[in-house]
Design a protein. Structure first.
Ligand SMILES: [Fe+2]
Length: 455
């Protein structure tokens, strides 16, 4: 373990204050059709004195920019007020439901659903509901309709308005598929038996199936005993497999074995016209010990898995061998065939993660990628050596615009100002100068996931 904790310094260093800034300066022009908020969550611990700090367990801080009528109205960053965060800030805790004593300042994703803004996290805790201006409302169990914990990653089926999630919790002998309706009430849960307590960070959704990734990163009591902050370790005894759970609950899960690997994120999935399921995802093709992000791991590439339930087999194909993460599609095509995908080349994160500090391809460091998976082409928008960039999110130009007709937005660190910009790229002119760079008054640490939430 390094003497310095890479996740407390440089591009990861937490910020120390909450800021409200209005009428933000812009280079270029904010598209007049974009009215809403771009929000992004990430860990931002309040104390900086823990050398064993694990990036995944820092208290969540949500950063947001509100756009309207061609202007950038405000920037706000706010800690999620869990009980511990509220106490550290000297504030009363707003209170609310807690699952199995797992109160946590949700740090992984932020979504809008059923009129709520929700900061989400996995492994047993509940989401936290936030106000429009990112104040903490309190923990959310969907009006008492959620029986257990929730999940960081969700998939919204735009055709039905259903929000799907896979919840896992170390003390369960199953994972739980949760369906939330458009009004924000849980309408169905299905328990799926699993062994060893696998981490299921993400999953995929098609029109017919929920695609489960049961991979060899599992809960470890030994790691708990050793004081590991995130006790999920590589477990070679755990058979890696992919499961197809029919969305309509018509039958049990069909499991198919795959070679040991690790996947944090799926780009998207869909049913093809031959009864198969196509899943595009970012795959680490060697072991990945989540409990210690400093252990070296293999490359992470964009791959396509074709799951054939009739043959009971999964075939894999590499789509792009650049190291990349945070794959996203136009949210409107989730669960249906996609042509385009966007991802981040993870130079900074990879340098922090690999033990040797090496990185496969510095030339693509700090870049966003736009994949045309039908045309078989990739474009890179590079931001420069020290301009770190994280996940990008697609916002359509209009509700009925074609896939890829819109904007790709992300927080990008501007090394000259020592602060972040919200950069807006035209998806269909991806390598051109940004349409807009909204200059924010502070750094934004590298973090996890976010959403464009139109008004
Ligand atoms: Fe994630």
């Amino acid at each position: 373990m390094p003497t310095l904790n890479r996740f407390l310094e440089g591009s990861f260093a937490p910020v120390k204050e909450e800021i409200t800034a209005t009428d933000l300066p812009v280079t270029g022009q904010v598209p007049a059709g974009l009215s809403g908020r771009y929000l992004r969550n990430g860990p931002n611990p309040l104390g900086l004195d823990d050398p064993n700090y694990h990036w995944f367990v820092g208290a969540g801080m949500v950063h947001g920019v509100r756009l309207r009528d061609g202007r950038a109205e405000w920037y706000r960053n706010r800690w999620v007020r869990s009980k511990a965060v509220a106490a550290a800030l000297g504030e009363p805790w707003p209170g609310g439901p807690v699952h199995e004593n797992m109160d946590f300042a949700a740090n992984t994703h932020v979504i809008g659903h059923g009129g709520r803004t929700l900061a989400t996290v996995e492994a047993g805790a509940l989401p936290y509901e936030l106000s429009y201006e990112l104040g903490t409302v309190g923990p959310c169990d969907f009006g008492g309709t959620l029986p257990g914990g929730f999940a960081a990653h969700t998939k919204l089926d735009h055709a039905t308005g259903e929000l799907h999630a896979i919840a896992y919790f170390w003390a369960w002998d199953h994972v739980q598929h949760v369906v939330v309706d458009a009004a924000g009430k849980v309408t169905r849960t299905t328990d799926v038996a699993v062994s060893d307590g696998p981490m299921m960070h993400d999953f995929a959704l098609t029109s017919r199936y929920v695609v489960l990734l049961d991979l060899p990163v599992t809960f470890s009591l030994n790691a708990v005993s050793a004081g590991v902050e995130l006790p999920y370790v590589w477990n070679p005894e755990h058979q890696a497999r992919v499961g197809l759970l029919p969305r309509d609950g018509s039958s049990a899960v069909q499991w198919m074995e795959v070679a040991p690997c690790w996947v944090f994120h799926c780009l998207n999935a869909y049913d093809d016209d031959q009864g198969r399921v196509v899943v595009d995802l970012c795959q680490y093709d060697q072991s990945f010990d989540v409990s210690t992000l400093w252990s070296a791991h293999g490359p992470v590439t964009l791959d396509r898995w074709v799951i054939d339930p009739a043959a009971g087999k999964v075939t894999q194909q590499r789509l792009d061998d650049r190291w990349q993460e945070f794959p996203r599609v136009d949210e409107r095509v989730v669960s249906r065939p996609h042509r385009y995908g966007y991802s981040a080349v993870i130079g900074e994160a990879a340098r922090a993660i690999t033990a040797a500090g090496d990185f496969a391809d510095d030339a693509f460091s700090n870049a966003l990628l736009r994949h045309d998976l039908v045309g078989g082409t990739v474009e890179a928008h590079e931001f420069g050596r020290d301009a770190t960039v994280g996940e990008a999110v697609f916002a359509p130009a209009a509700p009925d615009a074609a896939e890829d007709d819109g904007y790709v937005m992300a927080f990008v660190h501007d090394p000259e100002r020592g602060a972040a910009d919200l950069v807006i790229l035209a998806a269909q002119d991806f390598t051109a100068e940004p349409v807009a760079r909204i200059h924010l008054p502070a750094r934004i640490p590298l973090g996890f996931h976010g959403s464009w939430i139109p008004d």
